[in-house]
Design a protein around this ligand. Structure first.
Ligand code: 13P
Length: 248
């Protein structure tokens, strides 16, 4: 089954109100592209201004708290993000797993919270360079995935969950795995999703992330089970993001 491609920019801790015209320019590029859904996950401060600034793409957040409310200084609940009309929430990005010590259990709870607020959760998994070198990357990533997946199966059709496979050593480095390694990993993730969710597992987008750019996006997105991309640096300007969107 071929899913409509989903191309998501992750602006990480980049972006000020002065960048809203750039978001508008990316939205204009997205408006000319019917073959892919496009979204940008912006810093929390930009969610509402971005939603109001763009018309042809979705806006997302980069994290949420697992709880609905309470004494969690500095955190945002999924419902608060939904209230700003964002549509996506990234959970379990490797930078948060590393910097904030988020575990698979935390990530699972955040994914459940995001989906419970009627948002689309983008759940990130990926191996370190040492794990890749050990030859066990597929086993390690599938295990990480199975421990992070929301265990909600009733009525779940797979449309409000995506998985982003982001090898940690490929993020921001300009290096990507071989196309064969990407194909092997995405197939293993697909099998795990179908085993876990049944047929709904076929509807879940599996995005590739890690140094995706205008030069490699075409080759990456041609691979079976690569249903789009999660793009950092190359999503920061319309000029760099346009060829990635076009490749989809
Ligand atoms: P880069 O595209 O900058 O490597 O970042 C990938 C990423 O971490 C997206 O979430």
């Amino acid at each position: 089954m071929t899913l409509k491609k989903l191309v998501v920019g992750n602006w990480k801790m980049n972006g000020h109100k002065s960048d809203l015209p750039e978001l508008r320019a990316i939205s204009d590029v997205a408006s000319q592209q019917n073959n892919a859904d496009v979204a940008i996950c912006v810093p929390a401060t930009l969610i509402e201004p971005a939603v109001n600034a763009v018309s042809s793409m979705a806006i997302g957040a980069q994290d949420c708290h697992a709880n609905e409310n309470g004494a969690h200084t500095g955190c945002l609940s999924a419902a608060m993000i939904a209230e700003c009309d964002a549509q996506y929430i990234i959970v379990g990005h490797s930078e948060r797993r590393e910097d904030q010590g988020e575990s698979n259990v935390d990530v699972k709870a955040k994914a459940i919270a995001a989906m419970g607020a009627n948002m689309h959760a983008i759940l990130c998994v990926g191996e370190s360079e040492a794990q890749r070198d050990s030859g066990n990357a597929v086993t390690i990533v599938v295990e990480q995935l199975l421990e992070s997946l929301p265990d909600i199966r009733n009525d779940f059709d797979g449309t409000n969950l995506s998985i982003a496979y982001e090898p940690i050593w490929a993020i921001g480095t300009g290096r990507i795995p071989s196309l064969d390694d990407v194909a092997e990993m995405h197939l293993a993730i697909r099998h795990a999703l179908v085993e876990y969710y049944g047929d709904a597992g076929h509807n879940i987008h599996i995005l590739y992330g890690g140094s995706m750019n205008g030069s490699n996006a075409h080759d990456l997105m041609k691979i079976a089970n690569v249903d789009g991309g999660l793009v950092g640096g190359a999503s920061l300007s319309a000029e760099k993001f346009a060829p990635v969107i076009a490749a989809a």
